[in-house]
Design a protein around this ligand. Sequence first.
Ligand code: OSB
Ligand code: MG
Length: 367
Amino acid sequence: MRIRGIELVALKLKLKDRFETSFGAVDEREILLVRLEAEAGVSWSEVVADRDPYYSGETVETARHIIREFLAPLLRETAVSGGRDAFRICSRVRGNPMARAAVEMGIWNLEAMEKGVPLSHLLGGNRSRVAAGVSVGIQESAPAMLDKIAAYLDRGYCRIKVKIKPGKDVDIIRSIRRRFPDIHLMADANAAYTLDDSPLLAALDDYRLMMIEQPLSHDDILDHGELARILRTPICLDESIRSSHDCRLALQLKSCSIINIKPGRVAGFTESIAIHDACREASVPVWCGGMLESGIGRAYNVHLATMPNFELPGDISESARYWAEDIVEPTWVLREGHLDVPTGPGLGVKVREDLIEKYAIARERIV
Ligand code: OSB
Ligand code: MG
């Protein structure tokens, strides 16, 4: 296929609730959308970078720069056969996985549209619905946290993840466990601890957490291996896994027993599949992470999570958990704790261009 048009559209979307993690708090998201045009039709995809480089080194602005100045020219030069070929072409750019992922995943979608199949089929997925978890930000107080969790459990979420940071960890987990003895519960530290904190982290072993996500440094693989030999709670890596190579290192060093795959963090679907497969080979389950995506980014996550080794509920929540109004139709809604996988060609959701217009703060045509 030939990519005939590339457009970047930046949106500002207000979150219903402030979302706080160990690295900061957000009230609204700036979301950069990529609109690709080819013979098969129009494909929308989403850059998951934030405005600030606090989760990863990329920002909305660096992604815009990389797509405009480097990825778009590379695509203008050649025909692309599909998603895997797009990965190869975009790999000339080092790093910048979130910018590359938005372009690569948009082309996977075009390939699915061209073949007339749902994206999930192209990825080898075999589920008709995916289990939904919810990620709950750090709250002002324990009662506020318990109320939030109770409301999400009422909605039917299959598992609850809570953000923790030094000073808001063991006590809060203890009170959650007291109130909800049987729920599937886990904690995400977003790199807030060091190996010196291992006694404190070991205190979490008493609360039957499904896992602790990214307790140590964002770029560490070695120390997590050491910590894994101290804790009984399984370790899941998020920030540290930026490629299938990082995944192989982590598996070899036994740094984790679960991996959170965010396609944006690993440069797209081609690497997501490689990580999925390597983990499956090693009997390490994976789950699909989230980056507070709009309904478009969420659609990609839903399709990815249909693959067989996505054995644990992902951070794939319904539209209403984030936004007053989502930019796809139908919006994402929970049914018995799951999201249904769209069955139409490609993403299988209708993109609301009227709402994109409404929330747009910048628009630029590159090709
Ligand atoms: O660490 O998983 C994370 C959101 C932004 C950045 C990092 C993370 C998160 C989440 C939210 O946990 C998951 C979601 O999209 O609901
Ligand atoms: Mg995380």
